[in-house]
Design a protein around this ligand. Structure first.
Ligand SMILES: C[S@@+](CC[C@H](N)C(=O)[O-])C[C@H]1O[C@@H](n2cnc3c(N)ncnc32)[C@H](O)[C@@H]1O
Length: 220
């Protein structure tokens, strides 16, 4: 039973019974719901079994981080990617862990202390705005989160403004065929993500990866 629940919620994070409005609107809209109780979500997001298909070291290697650079983890959740991002930018770099959920940000702050991730700064942001200064970041990582964001074209424009020259946005999300992930009507085809990033003036494309369940779209 627990395995079934985990499969249902794992990273797609749909709990249909708790979100009846989704059942009434089974369209391709964003999957907007709360992620409270970070300690509970940590059992799912930081399940060691996730590593086999999420391959965090591989994802972060694709980003080609440089020491001293600034990287954003948008929708950072419990901070699953933070150890890898923190190491990638080094002690002179900065990792901005952004999330709409105050309890996720509380959890990340405690995790950063616990795991000695001194270059990680966690911030609560608004659902429709990453609240980043113009030309302030080198990389943005968005894992299993883009499908939760409303008004994605407007959001992409805000992210594009925050990029430094040569900055890049990496969107990692579930394929239609993936065993994990949100209900299929909430999944986004990579072509749609590419179109949304392109609407903000970014050159976007899928890049090859070793991820068995997800695609990686890069906007530059
Ligand atoms: C499925 S979790 C993924 C967490 C993390 N990226 C990972 O891979 O483990 C989605 C996260 O995005 C956050 N989120 C949802 N909507 C958001 C929004 N509009 N802006 C920022 N974060 C958002 C949620 O609170 C949640 O922590």
């Amino acid at each position: 039973m627990r395995r079934l629940l985990v499969t249902l919620v794992l990273l797609g994070c749909a709990k249909p019974a708790e979100h009846p409005h989704h059942a009434h609107h089974p369209h391709h809209g964003p999957l907007v719901h709360r992620f409270e109780k970070a300690d509970e979500w940590a059992k799912v997001f930081d399940d060691p079994a996730r590593d086999a298909w999420q391959k965090p070291a591989h994802v972060v290697a694709l980003m080609k981080l440089e020491p001293g650079s600034t990287v954003v983890d948008l929708g950072a959740g419990t901070g699953y990617f933070l150890p890898f991002l923190s190491q990638g930018v080094g002690s002179t770099g900065k990792v901005l862990a952004l999330d709409v959920e105050p309890d996720m940000v509380r959890y990340i702050r405690e995790r950063a202390v616990r795991e000695k991730l001194a270059n990680v700064e966690a911030r609560v942001i608004k659902g429709d705005d990453p609240e980043l200064a113009a030309a302030s970041v080198d990389r943005v990582l968005i894992v299993d989160t883009w499908h939760h964001i409303p008004e994605r074209r407007a959001y992409a424009a805000k992210l594009a403004r925050a990029l430094r020259p040569h900055g890049m946005i990496f969107v990692v999300d579930f394929t239609m065929e993936a065993a994990h992930g949100p209900p299929k009507h909430h999944r986004l085809a990579p072509a749609q993500v590419i179109e949304e990033l392109a609407s903000a003036g970014l050159a976007a494309k899928t890049v090859p990866s070793e991820l068995p369940e997800q695609y990686v779209v890069v906007g530059q």
